[in-house]
Structures are given as C-alpha cells and as structure tokens.
Design a binder for this molecule. Sequence first.
Ligand code: PMP
Length: 330
Amino acid sequence: MQFHDSMISLVGNTPLVRLHSVTEGIQATVLAKVEYFNPGGSVKDRIALRMIEAAERSGELKPGGTIVEPTSGNTGVGLALVAQRKGYHCIFVCPDKVSMDKINVLRAYGADVVVCPTAVDPEHPDSYYNVSDRLVRETPNAWKPDQYSNPNNPLSHYESTGPELWQQTEGRITHFVAGVGTGGTISGTGRYLKEASEGRVQVIGADPEGSVYSGGSGRPYLVEGVGEDFWPTAYDRDVADEIVAVSDKDSFQMTRRLAREEGLLVGGSCGMAVAAALKVAEPLGPDDVVVVLLPDSGRGYLSKIFSDEWMSSHGFLDEGGAEARVADVL
Ligand code: PMP
C-alpha cells in the first residue's frame, strides 16, 4: 500500500518549476521552488516542524503542552498542523487588523486565536506583545517558539530547503533569490548553498521598499510576510551578497502575471521575489541557473491582489492598461 503516515511526512520536498513567460528575453534558466505544495500551504511548515521537534528534544515542550505564538498567518498554520498530530494545544495572538478569513483558518485547524486591539501602545496590557507574554507566563506548560529568534528556523532551511535545491539542480544552481521576513529562509538555505558550492552560488534577498534589509526605516508597505522594521536574530547578515528592493506595485503586478501566465496562483511576496529574480537574471547567460523561492499560495489574497477594485484603489493597475480598461467597463 502506498500512503503517508500523516500530513507531517509531506512537509518539504517541494517541486522546482521552470518559468517561461515572465522570463521572455532572459537567457538564464529561472526555476521556481513552489512552497505551496507543503501540507499547510506554505514554506512555514518546514520551520514549524523543526522548531517543535527541537523543543520536544530539549524538554521545553512537554507532552500535552501549549504552543503560544504571536502570528496570524503561515507560521500559525504550520504550527497548528504539526501540534494537533502530536497532541499539543495552540494559542495564537493576532492584531485586530488581521482578516477574519485568516483567523478562521487557524481556528479550523483547532487553534485558539486571541485578537488584540491595534490602536493601543505596546506598553498597554492589551497590546499584542503584552498579551502573548502574559499567556506564556500564565498558561501551564506553555512554550513560545518565537520564529524571529529561534535558531531552528534558519536550521530547518539549512537541513531541508538547501539540500533539496542542491540535489534538484544537480549542483548547477548559480543564484538563489528569496524574500526576507524573519530571514530564516535566506540565511539557512543561502548558507547551505554557499558551503555546498564553495562560495560559488550568489545569494540575493528581495525586500519591500521601505524595509530595513534594503536600507529603509520601516516605512509601511503592503506586501505581506516580508520586510521588517527591526533586525531579527534569525537573519544572518553575512549570507546575502545583495538585497534588491521591490515596490508594492511591481510585486503585485508580477504576482498577477504569475497566475495568468505561469499557472502559479501565489502570494504577493512571491511576485516580489520573482521581480527581484528577473532583475538578477537579466544580464546572465544560458549556463546560469537562478532559483527563486515562492513561499505561499494566492488563495489568502483573493480580495486584495486579485481584486481589480483593491488594486486600482491603491494605484497598482496601470492607467490605460488592459486591466484598467476592463475594470472601467465593469
Ligand atoms: N513570504 C511570506 C508570505 C511569509 O509568510 C514569509 C515568512 N514571514 C516570508 C515570505 C519570508 O520568509 P522568512 O521569514 O523565512 O524570511
């Protein structure tokens, strides 16, 4: 019989898919690592599994314990998926700006979600930070993974994403491009690829304009899951050779092209990473192999990036372009 013992054994080993249309005029091979094939639908399943198993080994997470993490998205889904199979309870803390759909996804996986007001100071007892700290203190057997400082976040990529890419490309990868959020993906995968290639592979971070990684001060941007206004310890500043800043408009327009032209319904940070990867690939030759990592699916963004109204209300649809004209007629 052919079956998997549980959904957990499906984490990782995601496919590499060649891009054809958005790469027109580019000589290098550009391959996408499609992370929505993970069972929870994102790259974050990898870190969830590794962080939980390491905490079990160290004794920080005890049988029947409770995982408490401030997260509203992909990391929560990954943690909930692994936790339910292993008999742990999850409590996630989200700011009230998070959409009801995202909260309902976490609850569907069996997690409890505590929603905190955004409009209070960080020192206020009801703030996002204070509520999650208090829950950790007051819940028996509570453990907080803290993906921003947990070394098992980059380690999961050093042990899975990096080796997978090296094997899948038979060591021919020349450039690796990934968006930077906590920094776990680029730090772990990048370090592995640098070591395996003896420094030959170039590692490029993609960052929303305004975020600290590309020299910004934390100015707001709309791409979700990437960019920061502080430097997390999960990010290793020695790995990336270059950081490419991408605007919201370029990120979202590329995200829509990926769905329409490549059959890849993916999230906004994927469009951002591909926009950066194409800039990197442009001057390269036919022997170069550029791999770009696509963290999640587009299903969570249907009412934003894939809504013409939302896109045009932010000025992200080009005036007079075919999309804008159709939006006008409708
Ligand atoms: N894209 C999305 C949608 C994410 O949720 C994340 C994780 N925050 C990233 C990209 C960036 O990955 P990392 O945290 O490993 O830098």
